[in-house]
Design a protein around this ligand. Structure first.
Ligand code: GTP
Ligand code: CDP
Ligand code: MG
Length: 194
């Protein structure tokens, strides 16, 4: 465990591609002042830098596959440490993607006190992502990659939720409705934290 992050309050935000994780995290930042770290955004920033590592990441992400665990975890940890002195807590969005990622996070950083499970139907997620793809500029917001991201989500990421359910820290949030309705339930889950 890292000293600087020893007592940090950590919330994992998990859900399928396009379920609305980023949308809800923005609202949590506005209301609670938490630090939002989207693993996908961190990776896209590395791709955008044009570095050699970014080029390798870009290819993996375009295929809808997972980048190596250590790469993502190091990026998250670095970003957390950079905010350690001012942060009230962290929203870790889009991580863990598989049980092993969660285990490594806990070894290197710390344990989450809550897992927000943002849940929407597959067809809802696909249609949101197709719509977002019209303007997002994201190379992975296309039909073929969306399908792979979804498949991988059900195979690798859903077991993460079951893993943390065993610890009683999962709060399932139905995200089929309007953004503000979803957020009222997210806020209830966070208010329940002590
Ligand atoms: N109707 C409705 N649309 C939403 C809601 N949340 C998000 N959206 C839309 O769905 C799309 C995806 O939302 P994001 O917040 O980017 O989803 P994400 O889970 O971060 O997706 P990834 O970054 O692909 O993992 C966006 O274009 C949003 O406008 C919601 O609660 N209700
Ligand atoms: N922890 C993570 C997060 C993202 N990624 C990669 O980054 C891509 C985009 O992640 P994201 O969280 O922004 O979006 P979704 O795939 O959840 O819609 C994923 O499809 C993976 O290729 C990863 O490998 N590991
Ligand atoms: Mg996102």
């Amino acid at each position: 465990m890292s000293d600087k992050l020893k007592d940090a309050k950590i919330i994992f935000v998990v859900g399928g591609p396009g379920s609305g994780k980023g949308t809800q995290c923005e609202k949590v930042v506005a209301k609670y002042g938490y630090t939002h770290l989207s693993s996908g955004d961190l990776l896209r920033a590395e791709v955008g830098s044009g570095s050699e590592r970014g080029k390798q990441l870009s290819a993996i992400m375009q295929r809808g596959e997972l980048v190596p665990l250590d790469t993502v975890l190091d990026m998250i940890k670095e970003a957390m440490i950079a905010k350690a002195d001012v942060s009230k807590g962290y929203l870790i969005d889009g991580y863990p993607r598989e049980v092993k990622q969660g285990e490594e996070f806990e070894k290197k950083i710390g344990a989450p006190s809550l897992l927000l499970y943002i849940d929407a139907k597959a067809e809802t997620m696909v249609s949101r992502l197709m719509k977002r793809g019209e303007t997002s500029g994201r190379a992975d917001d296309n039909e073929e990659t969306i399908k792979k991201r979804l498949d991988l989500y059900y195979k690798a990421t859903e077991p993460v939720i079951a893993f943390y359910e065993g610890r009683g820290i999962v709060r399932k949030i139905d995200s089929e409705g309007a953004v503000d309705v979803v957020f009222s339930n997210v806020a209830k889950a966070i208010d329940g934290l002590k």
